[in-house]
Structures are given as C-alpha cells and as structure tokens.
Write a protein that binds this ligand. Sequence first.
Ligand SMILES: O=C(O)C[C@@H](Cc1ccccc1)C(=O)SCC(=O)c1ccccc1
Ligand SMILES: [Zn+2]
Length: 169
Amino acid sequence: ALLPILEFPDPRLRTQAVAVDPARITDSAFQQLIDDMFETMYAAPGIGLAASQVDVHQRFMVIDVSEENDRPLVFINPVITAHDGEQVYQEGCLSVPGIFADVTRANTITVHAIGRDGKLFEMQADGVLAVCIQHEMDHLLGKLFVDYLSPLKREMVRKKLAKARRNAA
Ligand SMILES: O=C(O)C[C@@H](Cc1ccccc1)C(=O)SCC(=O)c1ccccc1
Ligand SMILES: [Zn+2]
C-alpha cells in the first residue's frame, strides 16, 4: 500500500529512530512494511525512503538508485564504518518537495547493516548510492538536507512550501 510521506516542517521528521529488534525482521508485518516503503518510493518517484518519512521511527531504509528500478536495497540498523573524500550532489527530498540544493557528503563509504533476510552485510558505496545512503541515514537521525542550508535559505524553503500547500488546498 502507498504510505503518506511526512513533509517539512512536520516535527515528526525530527524524531530519532530507534534500532530495529532483529528478531522482528522476518515477521510478515515488518516484511509488508518494507514492501509498502518500496511501493511508496517507486511511486513518488524517488531513489530512497527512510522509515522516519512514513512516520515509522525505526532505523531502516529502502534504496534503489538503478535506472531500471530493479536494484532494491534494504538497510536495517545501518552503521557507516568508514568514509573517504568529498562530493557535492544536488539533492532532493520527498519530504521537501520541489526543493533542490547542493550538499557536500563523503565520496565513498563502507556501511554495515542487516538485510531484509535478517543477515548482517557490509557494502562499499560511492557516487549517488553513497549520497543516498547518507541522506537516508540523516533522516533516521531526524536530520533533513535543508539543515545544511543557511537559516535564511531554510526559511525561504519553509515559506515556499507553505505557499504551495495553501495554493493546493
Ligand atoms: O527523501 C528521500 O529520502 C528521497 C530522495 C533521496 C535522495 C535523492 C537525491 C539525493 C540524495 C537522496 C529522493 O529520491 S528525491 C527524488 C530524486 O532524487 C529522484 C527521483 C526520480 C529519479 C531520480 C531521482
Ligand atoms: Zn529525504
């Protein structure tokens, strides 16, 4: 099912997610939630979605940066264990619709996480996958990419979204 995505400046987006209990991962309800998050992400469309964005404050996210939308990745209780270099990427966010801004993040990262099969794995990532993983992990900490903008620019974003919501209503 499609899940509603929380939008900035909703305070629930600032919630710190809690670790997923590994014993719950193979439960059908948790597996269904993962499927609903992929469905919601592909429909948006997006290349990533953190549980925080659908008001589930547990530490997991789904990502698919492939062109064909056929490379689904699930990271549960992710930890970045190494990072190197810097890259600037013009990011968007499904919780901050229509806003794009340059964000500087690590160029390559090593991530340890649990997969949807409940098994621990380690992954090296660079390029847009590395950017997306870092962007989603920020969501799990209650951080948004607009937090990297100046307070003035962030206020402009808030006003622009409020106006767009008024016009839509
Ligand atoms: O809000 C999110 O987490 C989703 C976000 C992920 C992201 C995008 C760009 C840089 C870092 C993280 C998005 O997917 S925004 C939409 C988007 O970037 C996109 C949508 C369709 C095709 C390609 C990209
Ligand atoms: Zn986002």
